[in-house]
Design a protein around this ligand. Structure first.
Ligand SMILES: Nc1ncnc2c1ncn2[C@@H]1O[C@H](COP(=O)(O)OP(=O)(O)O)[C@@H](O)[C@H]1O
Ligand SMILES: [Mg+2]
Length: 418
């Protein structure tokens, strides 16, 4: 091309010449590309409207209108379409419809699958308009690490997990809620607690105590810290678990008796820290304790019953005394966790992978539509209720292998004052 023959000097001259014809051509091409793009968006939007209309008809998210010629179907009108990704479009609800109709009865994934996505998010807009977002893949598919963080006080929130829309959820252990965590073997319960406890290990106003028959969550990892003397592990001495829990109840009673006048609860400080009572694999502890030979009549209470009684008291009366129970179980069956009343005390409930009926048992019928999907959840994906929010799926952070947990507790764990 002629541009090749332009003498190389001066620079401005060359570029000035070059801009002439090439500039026109590229502007022309850009305009044409823009037009093509706009035409493709219009065609895409048109196709989407048709597809969405059929989806709504198929799922009965529509009105049937009697006209002279028979019955016609009215479906929610599609407004603006943005191809994304993620694909987003606005929709005007028909009279009587609610935003939740698009996600009720497993409709969300069905609509998304038809439109080539994984899941559907509904965002209410002004008036009767909502925005539907077709998620390309499960937003909880990718894990996220937990930086080596600790909170300086139990009043500060620790990271619980991340929601589907990327919000990080926190919870302060000083807030009056017991935590119930269920999930099948290998679903990530313990790993979740590694993250939780390592964040709390340094706080001067938190004491991490409890019972752990596995000896991994509590126990050796905490050697040398101020928390360790308040932890009982293993199955060789089950009565020791009962003794620890009864001691905690006694401390709770002392605190309740000492609540200052005109106060209705203990303010956690270093002298009276928030006591986090961890009960790892609690049903397993009860099973093991119940398998012990029963004491003869009049010769004391069976160990299993002592444990149940102590835990029930901590659950029902502990909140005011700054006691928080963190119970882990494969399944929160009433009989397995010390009764239906005990189960009702958990304000914050997390379910890792569990069969659909277990999910509903802990989270109520709201969770039913998610049951099937959640029965195959990846490790670390949990269903959460509490925190004053609707039930939702979250991914909990993962701090890595077990050695990392031990290192963090050893590095940050509060030491006893000498
Ligand atoms: N948040 C997570 N992200 C990724 N992998 C995880 C996560 N949590 C757990 N895992 C994996 O799953 C395995 C089992 O987790 P674990 O917490 O021991 O399950 P559980 O206590 O429910 O039996 C872990 O060894 C780890 O490999
Ligand atoms: Mg475990």
């Amino acid at each position: 091309m002629s541009i090749e023959h332009v003498p190389p000097t001066p620079g401005w001259h060359r570029s000035g010449r070059a801009r002439g014809p090439a500039g026109f051509l590229s502007r022309h091409r850009a305009r044409r590309a823009q037009r093509d793009y706009e035409a493709s968006v219009v065609a895409f939007a048109h196709a989407l409207r048709g597809e969405f209309r059929e989806t709504c008809t198929g799922l009965h998210i529509c009105h049937y209108v009697q006209v002279a010629a028979g019955i016609t179907v009215r479906t929610p009108r599609v407004g603006e379409v943005r191809p994304g990704p993620p694909l987003r479009f606005t929709v005007e609800l028909l009279p009587g419809q609610e935003p939740g109709d698009f996600t009720a009865k497993q409709n969300g994934p069905r609509i998304a699958h038809t439109l080539g996505g994984h899941g559907l998010r509904v965002e209410p807009l002004a008036g009767r308009w909502v925005r539907l977002v077709v998620l390309q893949h499960d937003p909880l598919r990718d894990g996220f690490g937990l930086p080596s963080l600790t909170v300086p006080t139990g009043a500060e929130p620790v990271i619980l997990g991340r929601t589907e829309d990327g919000t990080t959820l926190g919870h302060a252990i000083a807030d009056p809620a017991h935590l119930g965590v269920q999930g099948q073997n290998g679903s990530g319960k313990s790993a979740f607690c590694y993250g939780l406890l390592s964040q709390l290990a340094a706080a001067p106003d938190v004491l991490v105590t409890g019972s752990d028959i596995t000896g991994l969550l509590l126990g050796r990892a905490w050697d040398g810290t101020a928390h360790r003397p308040h932890q009982v592990v293993g199955t060789h001495d089950l009565a020791a678990h009962a003794v620890l829990l009864e001691d905690l109840v006694a401390e709770m009673d002392r605190r309740l008796a000492a609540i200052p006048p005109r106060r209705d609860k203990i303010e956690p400080i270093a002298e009276t820290p928030t006591v986090l009572v961890v009960l790892e694999e609690f049903p397993g502890l009860l099973r093991a304790a119940d398998a012990l030979p029963k004491p003869k009549r009049g010769e004391g209470v069976p160990v299993g019953d002592r444990i149940r009684t102590a835990v029930l008291r901590l659950l029902s009366e502990g909140r005011k005394a700054a006691f928080r129970v963190l119970m882990l179980a494969q399944r929160f069956e009433a009989t397995a966790v010390g009764g239906g009343y005990a189960r009702d005390q958990f304000a914050l409930r997390l379910s890792f992978r569990v069969p659909a009926d277990s999910l509903e048992m802990l989270h109520g019928t709201d969770a039913r539509p998610l049951g099937q999907e959640h029965a195959n959840a990846d490790p670390g994906v949990a269903y959460l209720s509490g925190l004053g929010r609707d039930c939702e799926r979250i991914r909990v952070p993962y701090l890595g292998d077990y050695g990392e947990y031990v290192d963090r507790v050893q590095a940050h764990g509060r030491r006893a004052e000498s």
